[in-house]
Design a protein around this ligand. Sequence first.
Ligand code: NAI
Length: 783
Amino acid sequence: MEYGPAPESTKEAQAWLEQRGRQFGLFINNEWSEAGELFASINPANGAKLADLTQGSAEDVDRAVAAARAAQPGWQALGGHGRAKVLYAIARLMQKHARLFAVLETLDNGKTIRETRDVDLPLVARHFYYHAGWAQLQAEEFSDYRAVGVVGQIVPWNFPLLMLAWKIAPALAAGNTVVFKPAEFTSLTAMLFADICVQAGVPAGVVNIVTGDGRVGEAIVKHAGIDKLAFTGSTEVGRLIREATAGSGKKLSLELGGKSPFVVFEDADLDAAVEGLVDSIWFNQGQVCCAGSRLLVQESIQEKFLGKLRARMDKLTLGSPLDKSMDIGALVDPVQKQRIEGLVQSARDEGCSVYQPACELPADGSWFPPTLITGASTSAAVAQAEIFGPVLVAMSFRTPPEAVQLANNTVYGLAACVWTENISLALDVAPQIKAGVVWINTANQFDAACGFGGYRESGYGREGGREGMYEYMTALAEDARPAAPVVEPKAKARGGVPAGSPFGIDRTAKLYIGGKQARPDGAYSRAIHGADGAFIAEVGEGNRKDIRNAVEAAHKASGWTKATAHNRAQVLYYIAENLAARGEEFAARIAAMTGSKNAEKEVQASVERLFYYAAWADKYDGLAHQPPMHGITVALNEPLGVIGIVCPNEAPLLGFISLVAPAIALGNRVVVVPSETHPLSATDLYQVFDTSDLPGGVVNIVTGSADELARTLASHADIDAVWRHDGSAEGCAEVERLSAASLKRTWVGGAKGRDWYSTAQSGGRAVLAHASQVKNIWIPYGV
Ligand code: NAI
């Protein structure tokens, strides 16, 4: 049966554009500025101009930031209930005008009306409702936190209004004010949203919208008055933003590209999997960061599955996005079409087979047919690059471990789909896939209660859920952090045998790699002096090669991550026990190095901190969400992997323990650079570790220059995160800058110190959150 056309009327949307004179200024302080330098917004389905928008300038961004800053205290003072009412009003208004928004979005973006009407708009409203709830509960649920302040938000063109909601709703709920920049291709629904803000009673200056291209984005990123940046877009621009904000102290969340695997096991419901694939890669013309663009299908069913898939592709309808019966609409812009064509051509040139159903493409506008590529090698451009179009690349695997290996063969880690009727296989595979979201027997499901965000080069931070709220708040304890004390290294007078050694035998601490003491590669040592300037001992001078060896050892120790939390807790308790047994010796060492009168107290606090994180190891549980589907979403707190840690100089033992213990408690492995000036209480720990059942490679210690070793850690491609807390502002900025290449997570203290004795500042969920990332696994059920 053939369906006739079922066009959606554009009357209201066109009338709204007419009423606005098809020209828009900027929305700052609840006022529309005069239109300035203009650029056109085009309907990509037919190339027709819809309206002119203003290219904002750096001065406009200044005005927007100033308005946001002025409005923030009042917005905060409105209280949780006051803000909840405003967010609730926005949600209601979005529902009331849902059709207008949906049509306008379809006109502006080219995506089908079915999607804007049935997916985008309901999710937008849900996001505002959900966050009205967090505003209401903020005082009770986040009492140790405050709003960050003024937030800069930059979004792409693929889900213009949905991304606006994902950004603005949590920011406002937490008490922030925002400067928002829509994508230059798709700003119209943001313009309409500005009207909604006024109607909903959003106070002036709370939401400011500056349109324009990347230059406006850059001005927001660089603006000193911005306290937090939230960006969704390409990994390339995400990197630039990380570099540009290094050392600025701005909080940052990045939601970047993906190349998500769609894994089909032989026992899957194949027809359902084919439908899932349609939702996964042909939803929004594949212009979806979490699109399932790599099909991994078990070899035994490959031919059968691809046959079903091709038959389904033949039935996909492509054409006017306003036609309610269309599956596939227009691409956002000719530039995207060229990019996709180039990548598909590269596959043809490499001899891959390219399947496209015979469908007629409309003469005007930007269109691309659904495409299936087979025969590509795992390293081919189409298998590795984010195509961001309706192009699926299929490969096969034989065994579940091979499926996991192929799934993880990407620099990205945004999402994955796993299709099998075998629940134990699904729940075995899901945690092994490095991705922030895993959908089991479903695809592209989203909900405000379930955090969304990436692993690896797909970025960091989460949107939605409780974890998404933390992205827009600062722990109150952070405000109380003191300036880091300056610890000057003592004059480097070389001595011979360590003072106080009764038998006069030289003992130089080596490095600690893979559970063994290792000589430094460079065969250099550095002298360590006590508080009185006297020589105490020498430690190895670690270099780039030593860090490389330590990272390798840390990767080999992956069994630690798989060990049970109970086991990890036992090891931490055991370390505490052995440290306590040698407490006097450690206290004497600290006193000799630092001259501290509190050395015993520091050892005691270190023992207690080990207990503290041993306690947390099996209690930092995830959550089970019940989103609006028949099923559950399990939010797991997963370790990051390998973390490089540069320790503080003050409290050399307690600082070391306070950073290493939470990291390993949650299953990470670490490469630690102990205090540059006082490293001996760390090197003394080797024997404690050796007698505490800590597997080799979980904690690796490389002594030497903090600056040099931090640089190596931050540039290393196989390290997942770097923490630096030695009070060096420039050093921390450098870590952030260098982390951009592989988009490592960073946690740096900057010029501020930390009260290492205070659990509020050096403990709690905030620290554990730095050591983990949330994976949301969607598990529908029912028959
Ligand atoms: P983009 O990353 O350049 O643009 C996203 C947003 O960032 C836009 O609002 C843009 O104006 C702004 N922007 C651009 N340069 C900036 C800068 N230097 N500083 C601050 N903001 C800046 O993405 P684009 O060019 O629209 O698309 C290119 C490719 O990026 C796509 O083909 C796709 O592969 C990927 N992409 C991924 C998205 C995702 O959700 N993961 C979304 C959009 C694009």
